[in-house]
Design a binder for this molecule. Structure first.
Ligand code: OOB
Length: 537
């Protein structure tokens, strides 16, 4: 199944005519950047410090290594790497070899990685040797045994070039088309398993180039990659890709916690970074204790989940920098508060769209536009929002209108100037500290347990995480031990953030009348019951 992302010709022409789609590929961008900024520092992480010239050399080495494996132009490669400089040499090396990276998070495990690899028909998988106490090669071997297309596993060890220093191979001379797919992101997955999001060179680079000035990112900036480098937010909003496009410095943080990040900010003079709300709260708390010079930090971006106004108000007084709220999605649309917006906009909204050509609709349940200030469903299309997921007709029929608008699943209010406030969500996923967990996917796993008769997974408000997951379970006979059930879930080879935070055993779902309730209504009823204090925890 070929990877593609297609816009109707008249829209594509408009995006080109307005200069959004510049007709440049990642490879061309990188060639220019390395030629212009060779001696400048490109990326710092662990014991590594690479100038742009060194990054270029590493990219060519990695590209040669992938070609030497026998990978063919257009082949897909699942990349699962933590925040290390090699993230950039591998990703850009793949692009240099006309291969397409598919980005998985370090938290993903064999079930998820196998799903991505299968869906993408990936030819190779790149993993770290070890990260955060987990050994990746045994997991990669399991995935390889399961996915027939997966011919190669490449293991990245700290400090060493992935294929050694001596690897030689002829790199493809022809560049790809800027309208071809540059990379594949993974959807948060509101229904069932995650979907693949193919992004083109034209659209992704536009969103990055347009983000840089909005976020104040220029050649003198130093961007700290605190969130997982593979996620769309720290990758492209404007993220480490934005830093590379600007000729700035990328600082890789192996963990986002203050004990790791604060010394890096002080030592590297970090000017900008992005966090999810629970981490921002941790940073605020830690900054109070003092001990680190954070004065270089100019912009703190917070997004991925709703940042409450009360917390938002603390950022400038307590961290001494400008807050920028970021409301985005891997499918495309990204909203930012602007750096010179008044305080009430910065703390009380999640920003406005990047592009004058982002079309944003706020509709009621019947599909009619609501008045400004009223809550409605957010739909969007534009120069960097996809028109389809990869190879998933059923999901595409649900997620896109016939005229190509993406149904975000978010409920928002729009204010004058196009500023959006996220109110909640129409779909059943749990936004757990920015990690999106599909209720359906977790229920499917639970239902595979012999002592589970039925399961419904809902989100509950959580003071720290924003939302936590709660599984209501009707046991089949004796209820399993909670700890044993959680351990069993982890054994399913899934990311730890998908294991329910809370489990409540119930005799029945007390579905009224005929019991012909949709999963959606059932989850809503259970959530309401729990919030009313009737749940037995
Ligand atoms: C980002 O991307 P995804 O794909 O992991 O998740 C997208 C969803 C949105 O549809 C929305 O439900 C939620 O995450 N979200 C927010 C938010 N930012 C994202 N909800 C409330 N307030 C916010 N500020 O999460 C993402 C991608 C690019 C930039 C930033 C975030």
């Amino acid at each position: 199944m070929p990877l593609q992302q297609l816009w109707p010709e008249e829209l594509a022409e408009r995006y080109r005519a307005r200069g959004h789609w510049a007709g440049e590929t990642f490879r061309a961008m990188l060639r220019r950047r390395i030629a212009e900024s060779g001696e400048r520092m490109a990326v710092v992480g662990g014991a590594e410090r690479w100038t742009y010239a060194e990054l270029g050399r590493r990219i060519d080495l990695a590209a040669a290594g992938f070609v030497a494996l026998g990978l063919q132009p257009g082949d897909r490669v699942v990349v699962q790497l933590p925040n290390v400089p090699e993230f950039l040499s591998v990703t850009f090396g793949l692009m240099r070899a006309n291969l397409v990276p598919v980005f998985a998070l370090p938290a993903h495990r064999e079930t998820e990685i196998a799903h991505f690899a299968r869906k993408a028909e990936a030819a190779a998988l790149v993993v770290a040797e070890r990260h955060d106490g987990f050994d990746y090669p045994p997991m990669a071997a399991l995935v390889q045994a399961e996915v027939p297309t997966l011919r190669h596993v490449v293991v990245i060890a700290p400090g060493a070039a992935p294929f050694g220093e001596g690897v030689r191979a002829a790199l493809p001379e022809e560049d790809v088309s800027p309208s071809s797919v540059a990379l594949v992101q993974i959807s948060g997955g509101s229904t069932g398993l995650s979907k693949l999001i193919p992004r083109t060179h034209d659209d992704y680079l536009y969103s990055i180039r347009a983000s840089n000035p909005i976020c104040g990112l220029d050649a003198d900036s130093r961007y700290l990659v605190a969130l997982p480098a593979a996620h769309n937010f720290p990758m492209s909003s404007p993220g480490h890709f934005g830093a590379i496009v600007a000729g700035a410095r990328v600082v890789m943080a192996p963990a986002p916690t203050p004990d790791v990040a604060f010394p890096l900010i002080a030592a590297q003079g970090v000017t900008i970074t992005g966090l999810v709300p629970p981490l921002a709260l941790l940073w605020l708390q830690a900054a109070k204790r003092g001990g680190h010079d954070l004065s270089s930090l100019q912009v703190l971006q917070v997004g991925g989940a709703k940042f409450m106004a009360e917390a938002a108000k603390r950022v400038r007084p307590e961290l001494g920098c400008t807050l920028q709220q970021v409301f985005g999605m891997a499918e495309g649309l990204v909203n930012y508060t602007r750096l010179d917006d008044p305080e009430d906009i910065v703390t009380g909204t999640q920003g406005r769209a990047i592009s004058p050509d982002d079309e944003v609709l706020v509709l009621d349940d019947a599909g009619a536009p609501v008045a400004d200030g009223e809550a409605g469903h957010l739909l969007t299309r534009g120069p960097y929002t996809i028109r389809a997921y990869h190879d998933d007709p059923a999901a595409n029929a649900r997620a896109f209108t016939p005229d190509g608008f993406y149904r975000t699943g978010d409920v928002v209010r729009r204010f004058p100037g196009g500023y959006l406030e996220v109110q909640g969500r129409a779909t059943d996923h749990i936004n757990r500290a920015g990690e999106k967990v599909s209720a359906e996917e977790v229920e499917d796993h639970l239902l595979a347990h012999p002592q589970v008769f039925d399961a419904a997974v809902v989100s509950l408000p959580d003071r720290f995480l924003g939302e936590r997951s709660c599984a209501f379970i009707i046991p089949d006979g004796t209820a399993p031990e909670q700890a044993a059930l959680k351990a069993w879930m982890r054994g399913r080879g899934i990311a730890a953030f998908k294991v329910p935070d809370q489990i409540v055993f119930v005799d029945d779902f007390a579905t009224t009348a005929v019991g012909k309730v949709s999963r959606k209504e059932l989850r809503a009823a259970l959530r309401a019951r729990m919030l009313a204090g009737e749940g037995t925890a």
